[in-house]
Ligand binder design. Structure first.
Ligand SMILES: [Zn+2]
Length: 184
């Protein structure tokens, strides 16, 4: 469920031309590949709008539209409140409720796009994937899907390792909100 079903397209304009003199990054990870595909998909989505949108004018509202657009490719049954199976994890029969993108997929997708945006030259302050509206939307999706599907999404808490952070605390400010994979 980690990949959002979407057409794979190429977005040739965003090759990151910054020559890295580090030879350890020759093999892109699955995460990196997925991130590139997601980014290309989003570029393609913007180009397909009428009129086409550029990344420069892209804001949180466009990201929300993109997420809703992706729902048509979803594979996760999300019951309507009127459905008799609302809140049942294992419904005993089929129902006409829509299939959606699972919250976890959307959440991971936004994380990748948010990183890709900045890797492609975007500034963190204007990152549409980090917009409040997007965060609220994802929060709502999580709440609703948890209720509708009768499951609970426990927050994966990243427990900081007990390191000696006394030195760093004096000067450095942590500015990365989702430091998931610190490569070392
Ligand atoms: Zn249903």
């Amino acid at each position: 469920m980690e990949s959002v079903a979407s057409p794979i397209v190429t977005c040739s304009s965003n090759n990151n031309g910054s020559g890295s003199n580090n030879s350890t990054t020759t093999t892109p990870s699955r995460y990196e590949n997925q991130k590139r595909r997601d980014w290309n998909t989003f570029c393609q989505y913007l180009r397909n709008q009428r009129p086409p949108l550029s990344m420069a004018v892209c804001g949180g509202a466009h990201v929300l539209e993109f997420l809703q657009y992706l729902d048509q490719f979803g594979k996760t049954k999300v019951h309507n409140p009127t459905c008799p199976f609302f809140g049942l994890p294992n419904p005993p029969a089929p129902c006409p409720c829509p299939l959606r993108q699972a919250w976890g997929s959307l959440d991971a997708l936004i994380g990748r796009l948010r990183a890709a945006y900045e890797e492609n030259g975007g500034r963190a302050e204007t990152n549409p994937f980090g917009a409040r509206a997007v965060r609220f939307y994802l929060h709502d999706v999580r709440d609703f899907q948890a209720k509708a599907r009768g499951v609970s999404y426990e927050k994966k808490r990243k427990r900081p390792k007990q390191q000696n952070i006394a030195n760093a605390a004096a000067t450095s400010v942590t500015t990365s909100p989702n430091a998931t994979a610190t490569a070392t």
